[in-house]
Design a protein around this ligand. Sequence first.
Ligand code: ADP
Ligand code: MG
Length: 394
Amino acid sequence: MALTFLSVSNLPLLNLTAQFQQAYGYRPTVIARAPGRVEFIGNHTDYNGGAVLGAAIDRYVTVAAAPNAMGHFRLHSTSGAKPMDLAAVPAGRLTGADSWANYPLGVWRSIGDFKLPQPAGFDLLVDSDLPGGAGLSSSAALELSTALAFLELAGAAPLAPERLAALGRHAENDYVGVPCGILDQGTSAFGRAGQLVHIDCRGPKFSRVPLPAGTHLWIFNTKEKHALIDGLYATRHRECLSAAQTLGVALLADLTPAQLDKIGAPGGRALPPKIARRAKHIVEEHARVHDTVEALQRGDLATVGRLLTASHRSSQHLFENSTPGLDRLVDLLEKHPAVYGARLTGGGFGGAVMALAGDAFTAADAEAIAAQSGSHPEIIHLLSADGAAVVWKG
Ligand code: ADP
Ligand code: MG
């Protein structure tokens, strides 16, 4: 195999090429990959016009592709998802075992919506080492890797990361039907090893913040999910919008904690107590993202850790989107001398805790904490990583 352009280790690419050859009988012409992401801090801030910090992680969706000479759209995944061969891209959304194809086909259609050149047909193989169900955003990684591969097949000029993120989000919102914010695609597009991605969700505006060396991300995925999670998410959304309306602002992130304390703090008269707790969580969380950026810029990991744990306590007591299992993990992690801080990551109501730890924190430490927690979490050790890119062209 001639390697004309290579930015990642050789072996996985050779493997993927062999798998593509097995599926389609010839070699791919492009390989692209995109990282998953962790929500570092910024809990439910996105739809409140606030900021969020994400980390692109060293687990990826990698796709190999080539133009299909018949103009067909063929899809394979090493995950065991149903292989497909379509003569045309269907107008409607696919369901059941076909539904995974909504991601690559939605990306193909989004490329058209963005007035960019689409390949007339393609053969696609999807591979991933992102664990499912851990909230690490395999969907955005699938969208961005696929978009880069398709644009390469069509001979398009390189796309700016803002546009790539917007295109992936458009595919997920409009063609998969998931009303996600910009965190997942923005972090996967802008990620950089040794940095975090700061997103001002109002623009959205993207920037990068250094993550000091010797820091590790550890995920403890309890896999517990609240049965009513969609309803609870919608309820929180409604509560936040109602608080903003009563307080006379468009979105809660328009308020500073001092302003909120004056007009709408819990115990005050402007808001019912529960709504006041929700508002306090969002307004203070938005401020915590800002404080975290400043602490990162100073290299002050002790303060970063305190802010992470404070974010969790706010979820636990004010936003009430934590669970006893997640709280117990944070309690244990907080006490470990090599852990800077820990918090629930993602929407909450179950799911995973993220800890920021130093080099001294080992897999044995993580296993001991997992055993004490009683919730049998899956442990995933992650480092920050570079964003979506074409990694090989034949
Ligand atoms: P996540 O938090 O991982 O983004 P989502 O539910 O948003 O979870 O997206 C997961 C969906 O993305 C899967 O159900 C599947 O349809 C698609 N997907 C992700 N990775 C792969 C893969 N390797 N092969 C096929 N489909 C995938
Ligand atoms: Mg997703």
